[in-house]
Design a protein. Structure first.
Lengths: 163, 292
C-alpha cells in the first residue's frame, strides 16, 4: 500500500512524513525524525519506555499508529529542556537525586511524571507511584525516581504551595 | 515485534465507516484506541488486512443525557471517563472502572467501545456497564439495532456484533434519585492488572433513604463473559440496606458465579472473593446513594 503523508507537530515543530500505515509513532519518531530519546522496550504497551505526550496526555507510542497522530501535538523527551544548560526541573531533579542509572526508562519516566504534574501539581507519594504505574525501571528500585518527582513538584509548584 | 501489513482507512462519518467495514467485512478490524488490537496484531494473534480507524468520525467521543436516557460515545477514553463529572453523576460505575483500567498511558488511548467489543470476561468497563443496565447500539448496513449488554457478550472475545456492524453508542436509563455505584477490583498487584475477580454494583434507594428499590450486581472474571448476578439483586430489593443484607447478597452472587481454575487463581478462591467484593461494592454504592 502506498505511503500516506502525515503531519506531526513534535515539540512545537511541524514535520511532514510519508509513512506506511503499519508504522507506529515510536518507529517514526526514532527512524524518520531521528528523535531517539523515545525508547522502544517491550513494544507492547507494558514497559512505558516509549511514553510520549499526545495532546497533553501520556501514550505508549509503540501502540499508537503514526497515522493516528496526524496533526496532533506530540512532546518527546527532546522537547523538555530549553537548552543544553537549561534542563527541565524534572530532568534536573532526576540528575540531582540519582534517579538515572542505565537511563533506558528515563525518558518515559520523565514524560509520565510530566503528565502527572501537569494534571496534579502537588501529588502525594502514593499518587506519584500510581502515576508511574505504566513505567518499568529495572535498575533503581523506583525510590530515587519517586523522590526526584516529589522534589521537582515542590520546585515547580506555585509560590506558597511548595515545601 | 513489528505490526503486520494492512490497509488503513479513516472514514469521516459513521455512514462511511459502515460502508468501508461492509466492503471488507471479515477481513477488517475496527481501530479505536488500539491498546488491545495492536498488541494482538503484534503477537500475530490477529492479522486483519484492513483497519478501519474511527479517529476521523466526529461525535463518537461525547456523552449526553436526553429524556431519561444517558448516551456514552464508544470512542470516549478511559482517562476521559474517569475524570468526567457527567459520567460520575450519571453512570458512576463506569467512571470507577475506567479509573483503574491498565496504566495511565493505556487509559489515554483505551476506549469504552473497544473494551466492550473485545468482550474480555474481566473487562474493567464492561462489568460496570452491565451493572448500569447498558445497551449496545449497533449500526450496520441495514440500520440500527439495540442489544442489552447481557445478550451482547457471547464468550471470551465474542459478541453478537456482526462483522459489518459498528458499536455506535452505549445507552442506559438515567439514574433514579438516590442511586449509588460501587466497583471493586481484586488483582495480584495494584496497577496494569487483569482482575482475578471484579464486581460492579448499582443500588437505588426508596425515598425513605433506606429501603432498596433496585439493585444490579455484575461480576467479572468468573464466567466466559461478564455476567449479572440475579440472585444477589433478588435478595436486595425491598430490604433495608446494610451490612447483613449485603453479605447475603454476596453469598448469592458467589452462587451465581461460574469460575474456573486458571493461572490467576482457583475457582474456589474466586467464588469466596465474589462474596467479599460484592458486599464491599454494595457498601460503596450505598454510601454514594445516601450522599445524593
Amino acid at each position: 500500500m502506498a505511503k500516506e503523508i502525515i503531519e506531526l507537530i513534535v515539540n512545537g515543530d511541524r514535520y511532514e512524513v510519508a509513512v506506511e500505515p503499519w508504522r507506529t509513532l515510536a518507529e517514526v519518531l526514532r527512524e524518520d525524525l531521528n528523535l531517539t530519546g523515545t525508547k522502544i522496550g517491550c513494544n507492547q504497551g507494558d514497559c512505558g519506555a516509549c511514553t510520549v505526550l499526545m495532546e497533553g496526555r501520556s501514550v505508549s507510542s509503540c501502540l499508537t499508529l503514526a497515522a493516528e497522530a496526524h496533526q496532533r501535538e506530540i512532546v518527546t523527551i527532546e522537547g523538555l529542556a530549553q537548552g543544553p544548560e537549561d534542563l527541565h526541573p524534572l530532568q534536573e531533579a532526576f540528575v540531582e537525586h540519582g534517579a538515572v542509572q542505565c537511563g533506558y526508562c528515563t525518558p518515559g519516566m520523565i514524560l509520565s511524571a510530566k503528565h502527572l504534574l501537569d494534571h496534579n501539581p502537588t501529588p502525594s507519594e502514593q499518587e506519584i507511584r500510581q502515576g508511574l504505574s505504566g513505567n518499568l525501571c529495572r535498575c533503581t528500585g523506583y525510590s530515587k525516581i519517586v523522590e526526584a518527582i516529589g522534589a521537582a513538584a515542590a520546585k515547580m509548584a506555585p509560590a506558597g504551595e511548595g515545601e | 515485534m513489528l505490526l503486520p501489513r494492512f490497509e488503513y482507512h479513516q472514514p469521516a462519518s459513521l455512514d462511511e465507516a459502515v460502508e468501508v467495514l461492509g466492503q471488507y467485512a471479515g477481513e477488517a478490524a475496527v481501530l479505536a484506541g488500539g491498546t488491545d488490537l495492536l498488541v494482538n496484531m503484534k503477537h500475530q494473534a490477529m492479522a486483519p488486512s484492513h483497519l478501519v480507524s474511527l479517529a476521523g468520525v466526529e461525535g463518537l467521543d461525547q456523552a449526553s443525557a436526553d429524556g431519561g436516557r444517558v448516551t456514552v460515545g464508544p470512542l470516549m477514553s478511559a482517562a476521559v471517563l474517569a475524570q468526567s463529572e457527567f459520567i460520575a453523576a450519571n453512570a458512576g460505575a463506569l467512571a470507577l472502572g475506567a479509573a483503574v483500567l491498565g496504566s495511565p498511558q493505556v487509559r489515554t488511548r483505551a476506549t469504552v467501545g473497544g473494551n466492550v467489543c473485545n468482550a474480555r470476561p474481566a473487562a474493567d468497563m464492561s462489568v460496570p456497564l452491565l451493572a448500569l443496565g447498558a445497551r449496545a447500539v449497533l449500526t450496520g448496513p441495514d440500520g440500527q439495532r439495540q442489544v442489552d449488554l447481557e445478550e451482547f457478550f457471547v464468550g471470551p472475545g465474542q459478541t453478537v456484533r456482526a462483522p459489518g456492524e459498528l458499536l455506535s453508542a452505549l445507552e442506559m436509563d438515567a439514574p433514579a434519585p438516590g442511586t449509588g455505584w460501587g466497583y471493586q477490583k481484586l488483582g495480584l498487584r495494584k496497577a496494569l492488572e487483569i482482575s482475578l475477580v471484579n464486581v460492579a454494583a448499582a443500588l437505588s434507594l426508596e425515598d425513605d433513604g433506606k429501603t432498596i428499590k433496585a439493585a444490579r450486581v455484575a461480576l467479572g472474571a468468573v464466567a466466559p463473559t461478564p455476567i449479572l448476578a440475579p440472585g444477589a439483586a433478588e435478595v436486595l430489593v425491598g430490604q433495608a440496606a446494610g451490612g447483613d443484607v449485603f453479605k447475603a447478597a454476596g453469598q448469592k452472587a458467589a452462587a451465581d458465579a461460574k469460575p474456573i481454575d486458571d493461572h490467576r487463581g482457583s475457582a474456589w478462591y474466586r467464588r469466596e472473593m465474589v462474596a467479599v467484593l460484592t458486599a464491599r461494592a454494595l457498601n460503596q454504592a450505598w454510601a454514594r446513594a445516601q450522599g445524593q
